[in-house]
Design a protein around this ligand. Structure first.
Ligand SMILES: Nc1ncnc2c1ncn2[C@@H]1O[C@H](COP(=O)(O)OP(=O)(O)O)[C@@H](O)[C@H]1O
Ligand SMILES: [Mg+2]
Length: 202
């Protein structure tokens, strides 16, 4: 089943609450929401996102345990040509991949001991480089964490099948917007322009 989409209200996320109004030079974040009817829809979404990634792209994934963040990353890596095992970085915090087009770092900050521990661990360099970074649980990294290009929230879809998920996405940069627009054009999600949510410009 393809992903169904609509474009109504935003998800509630305290770490993403509105702050100052956006400077005029900053692209307004673009938001989309939709439904993933099952795991195949998650796999298709991952394959589409893989086509958007360019060196330095930051993709952040939020959602409760078991919602499919790591599953999406596994499929993303497969679509990017990785053929080996994809271990969850739940305990290691990072799993690095040397892909043909770029290096990709997969982080999981669920077990981050304090908000700046990602910096103490020396991860900061990858966030200002040609490395693609994919981060599960970015909210655990606190306020000083760099802005993403694209952030996804995956949640359960009550009343639907057990493997159905709700998807919300917000783009914070031009290339994030281009990716979200590509998802829209592929029939994955409706998009709607929204006011800035306080992330720094890139
Ligand atoms: N629509 C779906 N999208 C992603 N995973 C799904 C979906 N439906 C069921 N699943 C299952 O849910 C589990 C998600 O696990 P995982 O990807 O590790 O979650 P997370 O990283 O969010 O904690 C997997 O066992 C996966 O097969
Ligand atoms: Mg995970």
């Amino acid at each position: 089943m393809p992903a169904k989409c609509s474009s109504d209200t935003l998800p509630t996320d305290p770490s993403m609450s509105p702050s100052e109004p956006a400077p005029t030079h900053r692209p307004a974040p673009l938001h989309a929401r939709g439904a993933l009817a099952g795991i195949d829809a998650t796999h298709r979404l991952a394959a589409l996102i893989a086509t958007c990634l360019t060196p330095g792209f930051r993709l952040y994934l939020s959602g409760d345990l078991g919602m499919g963040k790591t599953t999406l990353v596994r499929e993303l890596l497969r679509a990017l040509g990785h053929r080996g095992r994809v271990a969850s970085p739940t305990y290691t915090l990072i799993e690095p991949y040397n892909l043909s087009r770029f290096d990709l770092h997969h982080y999981d900050f669920y077990r981050l001991t304090h908000p700046s521990a990602w910096r103490d661990a020396g991860f900061e360099d990858a966030f200002d480089s040609q490395t693609v970074v994919v981060v599960e649980w970015p909210e655990h990294a606190g306020d000083g964490f760099p802005a993403p290009d694209l952030r996804l929230w995956i949640s359960a879809d009550p009343g639907e099948a057990e493997d159905a998920r709700r998807l919300s996405a917000t783009a914070f940069s031009k290339r994030g917007q281009a990716c979200l627009t590509a998802l829209h054009d592929a029939g994955s999600c409706a998009t709607v322009l929204l006011p800035d949510w306080g992330y720094e410009a890139r």
